[in-house]
Design a binder for this molecule. Structure first.
Ligand code: GDP
Length: 610
């Protein structure tokens, strides 16, 4: 039962009146094709009133082989519209189910300042981790609440009575996807550049992420304690990337620090607060929380455990939260010092327990006042996801995929990925998707940490997906269920094996190049002409085998005189399927009678090369 607190005057994020605006089907108006979700080629052809064959032809000319029942992505829909003289527009359907898209507007009088959310980025070995630790452990305030700190992917630091929220971002290249998502919850990026090194590839990548997300950068020039440290050189190098120091008339604050020796840390934190003040970061604490999953994993004892960053509103103990297609009641909420919290205001990271599934880092969450609302919305989201994946064309086993590609279709391989940790899920997902090419597209429709569950099987079944398990094993009940649903589960313990097998499958799937393979040769010893049948060559097989259904070439003095097929292959009077080396046989060739003694009949087949 939902416990309603009389003092709880938080507003729901979803106004009850306008709970979902009506979905309208696609239509053409004033030469603009307006639609709101992906559709099959057949549907598009109907909507635009253009024969499907014309569309297929156009796509074929553009090297895309698409069948009428295949779902088109937005890019392809756009291309088709333009080709056939339509403009196009995709409308967003905003309803309670896709709360990620909701435009939450607060009245200015309801807004209160909130702490900035900071991400530390930079090239490997430039000192990100050391800086994170230096800030975490710096004793800026005398009393720190709670006990031993735990890594929850984010933490808050207080300076001069003001809080700053820091996200710990992993630095590995495979995590770029997550980091770029990380940037969208970030208000300020602290870019660490080692003074004894310089601007490096990941420095530039970090600058690009920050710029793309329109997030201001503060540069922390690190390792100034080292010999050979040159802070001026760093300033000069960064100017090439439009990062101009304040002292040179630009708008970027540079702080010279030593993370290792704890020099300049306080100044850096002050610079963050100054930047935050300019940004006027505000939120409305009087609404139900909305925010992002920072990190999540499956805790052996406690079940799914997630670090949530509250971005607007207030998250309360016992709130109902929807994230992904799951919902749950917050059973416990704590900060990085393991102190239990009753409420978490905007910009507060909290570790929560009570979700029914392990969510993905980067997922949005929303809190609801009642269980019914949360459950309904989670259910609708699950349905929508099922519908979406059902539309995707694919096959459920790797073998099936081989067959499908022979039909020349563009293939999507749908994959559900279940791993031991979210980190590996993210990394494998990114690597798998990178394997996609022009003809085969790998789509990870779900990736998360945790065991393979019944709902994964259902999702795989609906979405024609293959389940890849990494360091997880299905229970026998789940294996049975998978068998019933004809869902393939593939298990791996080494990422390399997983990627290799996928690559092999794709090679099998790619339109195979055909190469000819000679099966054998026969020498013509005599010829007999039979009226109405033609010439029959009495042959001796000199090598390999000659097969009744294979292609043949007639060689005369080493020159190909004819290429065709065998009409009949006989041993004595009986038809033979094949005749091997050292045996005699009679061969007649389809539509060809000019066979002479000493000709060579060479049998060959076209085989596919992987
Ligand atoms: P990350 O890969 O960016 O997280 O870099 P780390 O924090 O792991 O640091 C890489 C190396 O640089 C480690 O050996 C650190 O001890 C060292 N380091 C980091 N900050 C400083 C600093 O301010 N001065 C010196 N001398 N070494 C540092």
């Amino acid at each position: 039962m939902a416990k309603f607190n009389k003092n709880d005057n938080r507003r729901s994020n979803i106004p009850s009146s306008n709970s979902s605006n009506k979905k309208e089907g696609p239509k053409v108006s004033n030469g603009v094709f307006v639609y709101n979700k992906e559709m099959t080629l057949g549907e598009l052809s109907k909507q635009l009133n253009i024969p499907a064959s014309n569309i297929i032809k156009f796509l074929f000319m553009n090297k895309k082989m698409v069948t009428i029942n295949q779902t088109l992505d937005d890019d392809t829909i756009g291309e088709i519209c333009l080709e056939f003289g339509y403009d196009f527009k995709k409308e967003k359907i905003v309803s309670e189910e896709n709360f990620e898209e909701l435009d939450i507007v607060d009245k200015p009088e309801d807004l209160l300042p909130r702490p900035p959310v900071v991400t530390i980025m930079g090239h490997v070995d430039h000192g990100k981790t050391t800086l994170i630790d230096a800030i975490r452990n710096s004793n800026l305030v005398a009393k720190e609440v709670g006990g031993i700190s735990q890594a929850i992917g984010a933490y808050q630091k207080e300076i001069d009575g003001q809080k700053i929220t820091f996200l710990d971002t992993p630095g590995h290249e495979a995590f770029t996807a997550m980091r770029s998502r990380g940037a969208s919850v970030t208000d300020i990026v602290v870019l660490v550049v080692a003074a004894d090194d310089g601007v490096m590839p990941q420095t530039i990548e970090a600058i690009d992420h920050a710029k793309a997300a329109n997030v201001p950068i503060i540069v922390a020039v690190n390792k100034i304690d080292k010999e050979g440290a040159n802070t001026e050189k760093i300033r000069n190098e960064l100017m090439a990337y439009d990062i101009i120091p304040e002292e040179y008339g630009g708008d970027t604050i540079f702080c010279d620090i030593s993370a290792k020796k704890q020099i300049g840390i306080k100044q850096l934190l002050e610079a963050i607060l100054v930047t935050a003040e300019i940004l006027e970061l505000k939120a409305n604490p009087n609404r139900f929380a909305i925010g992002t999953v920072i990190e999540a994993n499956l805790d052996k004892g406690e079940g799914p455990k997630a670090t949530l960053l509250v971005q607007n509103g207030t998250l309360s103990f016992q709130d109902y939260v929807v994230v992904g297609t799951a919902y749950g009641k917050i059973r416990r909420m704590s900060n990085e010092h393991r102190a239990t919290l009753k409420v978490a205001t905007p910009s507060t990271p909290v570790s929560v327990i009570g979700l029914s599934e392990v969510p993905n880092a980067g997922d949005k969450f929303m809190a609801f006042p009642t269980e019914r609302q949360a459950r309904d919305i989670a259910f609708k989201r699950a349905l929508a996801k099922k519908e979406e994946t059902q539309n995707a064309t694919s096959a459920r086993s790797l073998d099936d995929l081989y067959n499908r590609i022979h039909e020349g279709e563009v293939q999507d391989i749908n994959v559900i990925l279940k791993c031991d940790t979210n980190g590996s899920a993210e990394a494998i997902k990114a690597s798998l998707e990178k394997l996609s090419n022009d003809q085969v597209h790998i789509k990870v429709i779900h990736a998360s940490a945790g065991a393979i569950t019944e709902s994964d099987i259902m999702l795989a079944s609906a979405g024609n997906a293959i389940i890849y398990g990494f360091n997880v094993r299905p229970s026998s009940m789940i294996s049975q269920k998978a068998e019933q649903e004809k869902v393939e589960i593939r298990l791996y313990q080494i990422i390399y094996d997983l990627l290799n097998e996928m690559q092999d499958a794709m090679k099998g799937m790619l339109k195979k190049e055909k190469v000819e393979q000679v099966t054998g040769q026969a020498e013509v010893r005599t010829t007999i002409k039979i009226s109405k049948v033609g010439t029959i060559a009495g042959c001796y097989i000199t090598s390999g085998t000659i097969k009744a259904n294979s292609m043949i070439r007639l060689l005369r003095n080493g020159v190909i005189t004819y290429t065709g097929k065998i009409a009949s292959l006989k041993r004595f009077k009986d038809d033979a399927k094949e005749v091997r080396e050292g045996f005699e046989c009679g061969i007649s060739i389809e539509n060809f009678n000019d066979i002479k003694e000493m000709d060579i009949i060479e049998g060959y087949e076209m085989v596919e090369k992987a």
